[in-house]
Design a protein around this ligand. Structure first.
Ligand SMILES: *[C@@H]1O[C@H](CO)[C@@H](O)[C@H](O)[C@H]1NC(C)=O
Ligand SMILES: *[C@@H]1O[C@H](CO)[C@@H](O)[C@H](O)[C@H]1NC(C)=O
Length: 289
């Protein structure tokens, strides 16, 4: 439910570019400790202020961090993407629930290291675990992705193997290759049959979000704009997809094209990821003259 609201908001903001999205009062708390799934609402209401605060904090929060502020939230969000890339599947999807505590320190030449105590949820099976995580944002000429350690083993205990195998066989036998658009639609709705496909799109997008994340970004999945199954060449099911990602710090919606494979044995593997040019112009009403 929280996830759905989050996605709808992200999509609304992206598609319409308006800032006056209706915020359900019950999902936004006033003490700054909003449920993490309500980050977009939080960002809507306090985004500008937080970004301004962050600009001052920027150079650079060290020592103990406020768990509700951006530096800790941004580092913790990277853990969510990391877990999805490692263990995500059509039936296993991770979400950051809360940052309980955190600190950051410079590590000599190599970068900045965040040590976090976080609560992570496996969203489909609804298991939550508190785990310790370490995120190192490397420093250097060439940008490297963050390095993450997060032993959240409790979350992997729900066995999804049988469901995955069923889905795999079903996808493999498809006479007409699958194809879907707008997961979720503008009402936040995803047809039941399309949910596994949606989850696959989210997991694949986590590879982008993990790779693109820095100390200054906070990525959320907005929408799988479309996803198409490709003819199978081997025992991997292959997809092309176009996804929209919401970067909360800049408030931008980013368009990416992705090609990836999935099988129960190999999990999700990204073959290609390409960012598409900014699309502000294509969202303007067609007749402006
Ligand atoms: C991750 O990002 C880096 C630099 O931004 C890029 O060179 C690299 O190819 C990306 N990785 C993948 C798998 O696309
Ligand atoms: C997928 O969605 C994007 C964004 O809405 C659109 O530009 C693109 O043409 C779509 N591609 C297909 C194959 O439907």
């Amino acid at each position: 439910m929280g996830l759905r609201i989050l996605i709808v908001l992200a999509v609304l903001m992206g598609v319409t570019g308006i800032n006056s999205v209706t915020v359900r009062p019950e999902t936004a708390s006033t003490d700054g400790s909003a449920h993490p799934n309500s980050v977009p609402e939080m960002a809507e209401e306090t985004g500008k202020k937080e970004v301004a605060e962050v600009a001052e904090e920027d150079v650079m929060a060290t020592g103990d961090l406020n768990p509700n502020h951006y530096p800790a939230q941004r580092a913790a969000k990277v853990v969510q993407h990391y877990l999805n890339t490692r263990y995500g599947s059509p039936y296993r999807l991770f979400g950051l629930q809360r940052v309980n505590s955190g600190n950051a320190e410079d590590v000599a030449e190599s970068g900045r290291k965040y040590q976090l105590e976080i609560s992570v949820e496996e969203i489909i099976g609804k298991t939550t675990q508190k785990c310790s995580a370490e995120v190192l944002f490397p420093r250097g000429e060439r940008r490297h992705s963050a390095q993450v350690q997060a032993p959240c083993d409790e979350l992997l205990k729900i066995n999804t193997a049988a469901q995955e195998e069923d889905l795999y066989q079903q996808y493999k036998m498809n006479q007409i290759l699958l194809s879907a658009q707008y997961l979720p639609d503008s009402h936040g709705h995803v047809e039941h049959d399309m949910r596994p496909l949606w989850h696959l799109g989210i997991v694949a997008s986590s590879f982008i979000m993990l790779n693109e994340s820095t100390e200054d970004t906070l990525f959320n999945m907005a929408q799988v704009a479309n996803i198409t199954q490709l003819a199978t060449e081997n025992d991997q099911i292959k997809f092309d997809s176009h996804v929209l990602l919401h970067e909360l710090v800049s408030q931008e919606i980013l368009h990416w094209k992705l090609q990836f494979t999935w099988s129960p044995a190999e999990g999700v593997k990204v073959l290609k990821m390409d960012q598409l040019p900014h699309c502000h112009d294509c969202e303007k009403p067609p007749n402006t003259n």
